[in-house]
Design a protein around this ligand. Structure first.
Ligand code: AHR
Length: 521
């Protein structure tokens, strides 16, 4: 080694590690002058199934509970969920929907028949949370119900009567029954799922068989008064594009007498690396962090490919792609009922939420509603409960931080991102989205998927005069940090410092394993 080489070598050794761990490569162009589509608030929907402690204990404790409640619904839960502006809740399932008979869940609670919840732990379901209780929850939260009807073990008559019970004010038996049960005025119900996973727990049907059933059921689901149902058809398995083709071919028509048989088409996709070995929600190494995130990115491929099939029949994108089940599915927490799907929620879940929401934004001209599975105590939950305590999860904080994007105009972006490599595989280190709200503020959200390396970002904002930038960040000391009962929160939203705006160029360092939202005005 020459003296010159030695000097260079020593100089390199002297560069602080923190500088070496920073990148210089990421560039983003935000086209603030090219907004076209609106990010529907319904992309921020939730899923609440009669499963484990989602409904019972999670949302519903009953009027006589010592836990403060309003007509049986937990006050702490309503207060927490209001803060993230929940726009819609899908209920009663999931697989449960196809063994649910709604008439068992109305009328005096003491008279309601019990049933066995055969999908989820074989526990007794006493039907104390039924139609009126669910609609009360939606009213307390100010959100839309998304009701999933039973095709698998129900009948056309039963489903048609449920619509009549909920939405009709006419002189008919179901309206009379609703009034007898204490609700004079009809509710408004927009979103209606005509079956759930009909390829599996919803009836094990073929695409062709379901396409016929969809017509038969849809025909009898009437619009009463000015209530207009948005009927959501069940999709196939995540990669079953031929199911999408079959449904679109038969029901693509948005004109004439076939109009409205299928307003939306459902896609379910869970982030699971191996259904036989799903892995722990909290105890994982970096390679599992990587696999989870790279699996999550498949959502983009799925949405792109299903949209392409839908485009062939509906170029104007009038039929919505409805991602009404998504999120992480890990092993249940040790010692809990395997049928209850109770899992903790870490910074990794926050990343998965941000990446999925960024994908839904990107495709918002087609994705009109989504619901994360599930809202409370099940799978990738917003909130966990233990008796009278609640813990807000890292996923909750992403929904809170991202609520600025609801009903905002999507701003197209061009991103050049560094890679995050693990073994032989690479994914982009950054996942981004940008929007402009009704007040003209621009929000740019950036997730740095790299767990150990900060990313420098240079962002050009085209077509805006905004000169002031502020920011918020979600991160933690470790990849598997989570919020536990009775302990200070390890993951929540904090102010971000260091972002700068000069001559339309925003520069910021996005710390490793963090999600940032910048506001420019
Ligand atoms: O969310 C849990 C289950 O996953 C739902 O009941 C079902 O639709 C899906 O398979």
């Amino acid at each position: 080694m020459t003296r010159k080489h030695l000097v260079i070598f020593v100089a390199l050794l002297c560069i602080p590690r923190v500088l070496l761990a920073q990148s210089t490569m990421n560039t983003l162009v935000v086209h603030a002058d090219a907004a076209k589509d609106t990010i529907s608030k319904y992309i921020y929907g939730q899923f609440a199934e009669h499963l484990g402690h989602c409904i019972y204990e999670g949302l519903w404790v009953g009027e006589n509970s010592a836990i403060p409640n309003t007509r049986g619904i937990r006050n702490d839960m309503v207060a927490a969920l209001k803060k993230i502006r929940v726009p819609a809740i899908r209920w009663p399932g999931g697989c449960f929907a196809d063994e649910y008979h709604w008439k068992d869940g109305v009328g005096p609670r003491t008279d309601r028949p019990k049933m066995v919840n055969s999908n989820w732990g074989g526990v007794t379901e006493d039907n104390s949370f039924g139609t009126h209780e669910f609609m009360d929850l939606c009213e307390q939260l100010g959100c839309e119900p998304v009701i999933c009807g039973n095709i698998g073990s129900g009948t056309v008559k039963e489903m048609a009567e449920w619509v009549q019970y909920l939405t009709s004010d006419g002189d008919n038996p179901m309206t009379a029954l609703r009034k007898k049960n204490g609700r004079e005025k009809p509710w408004r119900v927009k979103f209606w799922c005509v079956g759930n996973e009909t390829w599996g727990c919803g009836g094990i049907m073929s695409a062709e068989h379901y396409a016929n059933e969809l017509g038969r059921y849809s025909f009898f689901l009437k619009n009463y008064g000015d209530n207009a149902l948005y009927k959501i058809a069940s999709g196939g398995l995540p990669e079953d594009y031929s199911w999408t083709e079959t449904l679109m071919k038969k029901w693509q028509s948005t004109d004439g007498w076939l109009q409205g048989y299928m307003s939306g088409y459902s896609l379910h996709f869970y982030t699971v690396k191996d259904w036989n070995r799903k892995g722990s929600a909290t105890d994982f190494a970096e390679n599992e962090w990587f696999t989870t995130l790279s699996k999550t990115l498949e959502m983009d491929t799925l949405v792109t490919k299903h949209s392409a099939v839908m485009d062939r029949y509906d170029a104007q994108r009038r039929i919505g792609l409805i991602v009404d089940e998504w999120g992480n599915w890990f092993d249940v927490e040790p010692g809990t009922n395997p049928g209850f799907l109770y899992q903790q929620n870490t910074l990794r879940d926050a990343m998965v939420a941000a990446v999925n929401l960024n994908v839904f934004h990107k495709h918002c001209s087609r994705v009109k509603l989504a619901s994360i599975a599930q809202m409370v105590n099940v799978l990738q939950a917003m909130v966990l409960t233990r008796g009278n305590e609640i813990a807000l999860t890292p996923t909750y904080y992403v929904f809170k931080m991202y609520s600025v994007h609801q009903e905002a105009a999507l701003l197209p972006v061009d991103l050049r991102s560094e890679s995050y490599t693990s073994g032989r595989d690479s994914i982009p280190a950054l996942s981004v989205t940008a929007s402009r709200d009704k007040e003209g503020r621009i929000h740019v959200s950036v997730a740095n998927l790299h767990p150990t390396k900060a990313q420098n970002l240079r962002c050009e904002l085209k077509g805006t005069t905004g000169s002031k930038v502020t920011g918020e960040i979600i991160t933690a000391a470790t990849m598997n940090a989570y919020n536990d009962f009775g302990k200070p929160e390890a993951v929540n939203i904090k102010p971000l410092t260091g972002a700068q705006m000069r001559n339309g160029i925003l520069t910021v360092s996005i710390p490793a394993k963090s999600i940032v939202t910048l506001e420019v005005n």
